[in-house]
Ligand binder design. Sequence first.
Ligand code: ADE
Length: 223
Amino acid sequence: MRIDILSVVPELLASPFEASILKRAQDAKRVEVHVHNIRDYSTNNYKQVDDYPYGGGAGMVLMIEPIAKCIESLKADRKYDAILYMTPDGQQLNQSIANRFSLLNNIIILCGHYKGVDQRVRDLFVTHEISVGDYVLSGGELAAAVFSDAIIRLIPGVLGNETSALTDSFQDNLLAPPIYTRPADYNGHKVPDILTSGNTPKVEEWREQQAVERTKKLRPDLL
Ligand code: ADE
């Protein structure tokens, strides 16, 4: 998979891709992440990327020309399966959306900033609008990092143990069961006996039952 991320604050997208699973995925050539500074595509001498909104009002709006130029130059080199715009008024991200996008080959993610992008960018270029929740971030960069993490970890071969993404919370509309590691007894707080019994089928049964109970209690809407 190749992900091209367009931003006016590319610095915000550096560290999430430089450590842990997202770095390993790139090192293993499972994914290429390219961050583009929209300012590099500015069409005027001042490297301007934003301007005042027509009709007045607070805040600045990202202009269409630099974004269009950047997208067109990427599209000249390869075909894109989706052009996403991160925005609080988009479709709310969930595991099934992440699963779907993890299967694509080439995607562009556009990050808004200030008041957002000129509506014509959304009308002419964007194929999907995604939100990471009902709250407003300063820009789409952190949302793009969240989205990228959610899909990259699902690409086959990215997680060491192939089954570990399948047992994540939400994969079967259930929250994950509780997990424990050593010590088996922490100041009298013991690990459930079943987990140290060595009886794998019983452990699986217990985990399933715990997952259902936890979901009923914490997220009954998922059931
Ligand atoms: N940009 C600003 N807030 C956002 C949100 N909640 N989701 C996606 N992009 C955003």
